[in-house]
Design a protein around this ligand. Structure first.
Ligand code: C5P
Length: 225
């Protein structure tokens, strides 16, 4: 299960990121490096995290096709294991990203459908997410970022092999913060999510490793159900 748990390193310095990496160790298989940390610490930090874990570079590219293709090529040269673009960038942009990612066969390219923080009604979000997933798949994208609530419909339409990465994970009495379409780790596994992205519930926990192991246990138990 640790291979399916991605922890969002939403911190501001390399020192904080590396401390979390060391504390979490083998409790997680992936770290997600997002805008804040990448802007602050860049490729060097990616290389440090890559020494021990898989890296999802979550920069959500959304620009004209040529610019996105160039950014994807740079991500491939960094050796990250997963990178993403916004599906809302349109078919031409998605196709350019797919072409740029092709030489990097170990890098998965996925598309964000609708942010889990988006305040559009759930039914509308589900419809838009499905539409964008279908468009992304047609362009050659390997999978999508979506909420747990959209996984089943996307898998049934795009096939089980189409990757789903689900943020918006909360359990117990945790605060939703800015997230809107949330679910717990067990529900994510039961829905068929391939990867769970967890940020604050782990990195802000009094003991990050304990929180990660708690999430893992819920994931394991859900499989046994
Ligand atoms: O702290 P929390 O668990 O809410 O963090 C979720 C992480 O997933 C953040 O790093 C956020 O940028 C990212 N994310 C998201 N919704 C998406 C795509 C990525 O919350 N649709």
């Amino acid at each position: 299960m640790h291979d399916r748990l991605m922890v969002a390193l939403d911190v501001s310095t390399a020192a904080q990121a590396l401390a979390l990496r060391d504390e979490l160790g083998d409790a997680v298989g992936w770290f997600k490096i997002g805008l804040r940390l990448f802007v602050a610490e860049g490729p060097q930090l990616v290389a440090r995290i890559k020494e021990s874990h898989k890296v999802f570079l979550d920069l959500k590219f959304h620009d004209i096709p040529n610019t996105v293709a160039q950014a994807i090529e740079s991500a491939g040269q960094l050796g990250v294991d997963m990178v993403n673009v916004h599906a809302a960038g349109g078919t031409e942009m998605l196709a350019a990203a797919v072409k740029a990612a092709a030489p990097f066969s170990n890098m998965q390219l996925i598309a964000v459908t609708v942010l889990t923080s988006d305040s559009m009604p759930k039914e509308q979000a589900a419809a838009v997410a499905l539409e964008r997933a279908v468009m992304a798949q047609a362009a050659g994208i390997a999978g999508v970022v979506c909420s747990v609530h959209e996984v089943a419909a996307i898998k049934s339409r795009c096939g089980g092999g189409f990757i789903t990465v689900t943020p918006g994970i909360r359990w117990g009495d945790q605060s939703l913060q800015d997230q809107k379409r949330v679910a717990d780790p067990a529900a994510a596994i039961q829905a068929g999510a391939d990867y769970l992205v967890v940020g604050r519930p782990i990195i802000k926990a009094p003991k990050a490793r304990v929180a990660a192991l708690q999430a893992q246990k819920m994931m394991h138990d859900a499989i046994r159900l």
